[in-house]
Design a protein around this ligand. Structure first.
Ligand code: GRF
Length: 228
């Protein structure tokens, strides 16, 4: 499936997708990378890797509609079938999303629908939740909304700060995004109302605990798993 990646910055998820797509059996082909930010590090990386790149700077347009029209025109001109948002920091309106209905996917660094928006890791730490993670979902015009394709769960550790947590989530993002793109590109996903049905999907059977209900750190608990 001919895929475009839209970025605004560092591009580590973009690199994970390019890496996955370099395997001959991978069902998505990354045909271009587009950034709205002229100086994004990811753009330079993609260009050095020989991928077609383009800059569509939103500041060059007098509104969201004309920016989105330019983006749409570019994507059509290279025969794109699927769009991956990877740290793309512009909200896409219904004007654009409706033209690409169910053909745009995004990665967000939280377990949606919790923690939509920015500064997810900081808010997760303030709330004291024990698990966070990432979500790949089909895009709707509401921010960080749309049918969920895949999620990865990451424990929040007592010693975490937003940076350590972000790094742990980011490692999961790279794997989760490459996996989710594979599912979509090979035609394994079907959207049914707000859910995504996936052919051949296997779900974990057991619950995850954080903290682990095994005996805690030496000397703090001698209780067995059953007693806790
Ligand atoms: C990632 O955390 C992604 O989930 C979010 O923006 C960040 C982009 O990072 N949407 P990178 O540019 O892929 O490194």
């Amino acid at each position: 499936m001919k895929t475009a990646i839209l970025i605004s910055g560092r591009g580590s998820n973009m690199r994970a997708l390019l890496d996955a797509a370099s395997a001959p059996s991978y069902p998505a082909e990354i045909i271009c990378v587009i950034s709205n930010e002229p100086n994004s590090a990811g753009l330079e990386w993609a260009s050095n890797a020989g991928i077609e790149t383009d800059i569509i700077n939103h500041r060059d347009y007098d509104g969201r509609t004309s920016f989105e029209d330019a983006l749409h025109k570019k994507l059509i001109s290279v025969d794109v079938e699927l769009i991956c948002l990877a740290g793309f920091m512009r909200l896409l309106t219904e004007h654009f999303v409706s033209k690409w209905q169910d053909r745009i996917i995004n990665i967000h660094p939280s377990l949606l629908p919790s923690y939509k928006g920015l500064n997810t890791h900081k808010r997760v730490l303030v709330d004291g939740v024990k698990f966070t993670g990432c979500t790949v979902h089909f895009v709707r015009s509401e921010m960080d909304d749309g049918p969920i394709i895949a999620q990865a769960v990451v424990p929040v550790r007592p010693e975490d700060d937003p940076d350590t947590l972000a790094a742990r989530v980011l490692a999961a993002e790279h794997e989760c995004y490459a996996f989710a793109l594979r599912l979509v590109a090979c035609g394994a996903t079907t959207i049914v109302n707000r859910t995504v049905e996936i052919v051949g999907a296997i779900s974990p059977e057991t619950a995850l605990f954080n903290p682990s209900p095994k005996p805690l750190v030496d000397g703090h608990s001698t209780k067995t798993e059953n007693e806790l």
